[in-house]
Write a protein that binds this ligand. Structure first.
Ligand code: AMP
Ligand code: GLY
Length: 428
């Protein structure tokens, strides 16, 4: 089968790496891809916002299945358009992707169906938003309704900070994304990501992970798309996983079906594990990046039949197998990320890094130029490893980082600190 994968990040490199190992693959093509993906798939330049061009490419190249990595094409309805054209596609329709595309939509759905989440209200103007803020007090969380590339959430410790966020958002600081704002209570607990695969009727749990959103060591600095992750998340044991399925994922599946927007694809729940149980922070309509990288390292089963079963509504009694060993990934980013950064610096030492036992490197913003790999984005490399323990995976990943010669890049040095701390406490 010929498969087209859409996207260009570390998530897509991990998906391409895993799919390339499937005996079901004929041609694996990726648009637009990156220098790492080019080692697993044919990369083609396609404008993903031009759905007509994507469809024409699929027809000309006998593509039978399209796998969509990032949220933007999903929210723009690429799955709808491909399916109308008779091409199978993995991921939610535009209406179902509202679970990620509109925070207000998801909050209302939670309220109607008793899905645990922070108390909230939706606003279209600053004055009532500020009145609500005064009523609830700080700490409090102000969120732009729409997609804002990770910049749409302000966790405010004080009312003045929350009021400034309200003014910024209604002042057009985030463009269309903040025409509407959600204000919700601050949740106290430990954050974790839970991934489920859905086929419109049935959801099966995939695996769990923990991300590191802040740019610098000690969870300091600005929020980013994610600076590293590990899987599994030790806070989510089997009992907690079962609760998340019955209290959050399954009611969401039923609710989406009931409103005529059955959800297919990966449902990524960002959760706060509080003293009162799991609460939904947000949904994403896709794999996480960099969480996907650690999930793919732990997936034993063939990914392709699972993605097809999600599309075909055949997940009932589908079984996926996972390696028990943990995986960890360290993101190397261009200095300046998530703010301004330069492109074009040369990266060396990748071969030596990959030669370390258990290590796999997934590229994000890279391109090949004159036989060398150069940086071509904010997040650039995902230095990933598996190990018998999180500590072993962490040591291997950082040994690999040490092999990489790229003075224009940086990474965090403490990815996995929480899980490694738990392991040491257990052994004490
Ligand atoms: P989001 O983009 O919705 O994932 O939010 C970004 C980050 O803000 C989350 O990963 C959390 O760390 C934090 N956050 C969002 N909502 C809340 C909340 N209600 N309480 C505490 N932290 C939150
Ligand atoms: N790593 C967070 C995300 O993919 O949204």
């Amino acid at each position: 089968m010929n498969i087209l994968l859409l996207g260009a990040g570390g998530r897509e490199h991990a998906l391409a790496w895993k799919m390339a190992a499937s005996p079901l693959i004929g041609r694996l093509i990726c648009a637009p891809g990156n220098a790492g993906i080019a080692q697993e798939a044919e990369c083609v330049a396609l404008d993903l916002t031009d759905h007509g061009a994507v469809i024409a490419f699929c027809r000309a190249n006998h593509v039978e299945f399209v796998v969509v990595g990032p949220e933007a094409p999903l929210c723009a309805g690429i799955v709808d358009d491909l399916e109308v054209a008779g091409i199978k596609a993995f991921g939610p329709t535009r209406a179902a992707a509202r679970l990620e595309g509109s925070k207000g939509f998801t909050k209302d759905l939670c309220r109607e169906h008793g899905i645990p989440t922070a108390a909230y209200q939706r606003f279209r103007a600053a004055a009532p938003a500020k009145a609500y803020l005064r009523e609830r007090g700080a700490p409090i969380v102000v969120k732009a309704d729409g997609l804002a590339a990770g910049k749409g959430v302000v966790v405010a410790q004080h009312e003045t900070e929350a009021a400034a966020a309200i003014d910024m958002m209604f002042g057009g600081g985030l463009g269309e994304a903040s025409g509407e704002v959600v204000i919700e209570d601050f949740l106290d607990g430990e954050e974790a990501s839970f991934f489920a695969l859905c086929d419109g009727n049935t959801a099966i749990p995939l695996a769990t992970a923990q991300d590191h959103k802040r740019a610098f060591d000690g969870d300091k600095g600005p929020n980013t798309g994610g600076m590293g992750a590990y899987s599994p998340a030790p806070i989510i044991d089997a009992a907690m996983s079962a609760r998340i399925m019955t209290e959050i994922i399954e009611p969401t599946m039923q609710a989406m079906k009931a409103i005529g927007s059955p959800y297919k694809g990966v449902l990524y729940a960002g959760l706060m594990i509080t003293a009162a149980g799991p609460k939904l922070i947000e949904y994403n309509a896709r794999f996480g990046d960099p969480e996907c990288q650690v999930l793919m390292l732990r997936l034993m089963s063939d990914l392709v039949p699972a993605l097809l079963a999600s599309r075909d509504g055949q997940l009932k009694s589908f079984d996926l197998r996972w390696y028990a060993d943990p995986a960890l990934t360290v993101v190397m980013a261009a200095k300046g990320y998530p703010g301004h950064y330069a492109r074009g610096s040369v990266i060396d030492g990748l071969d030596a890094a990959t030669a370390i036992e258990g290590v796999e490197i997934f590229h994000a913003g890279t391109k090949a130029e004159g036989g060398r790999i150069v940086a071509n984005g904010g997040r650039v490399l995902n230095i990933s490893a598996v190990g018998k323990t999180v500590r072993e995976a962490q040591e291997r990943a950082y040994d690999a980082v040490a092999c990489i010669r790229w003075p224009e890049g940086f990474c965090r040095h403490d990815i996995g600190w929480r899980a490694v701390g738990r392991e040491s406490n257990k052994n004490r």
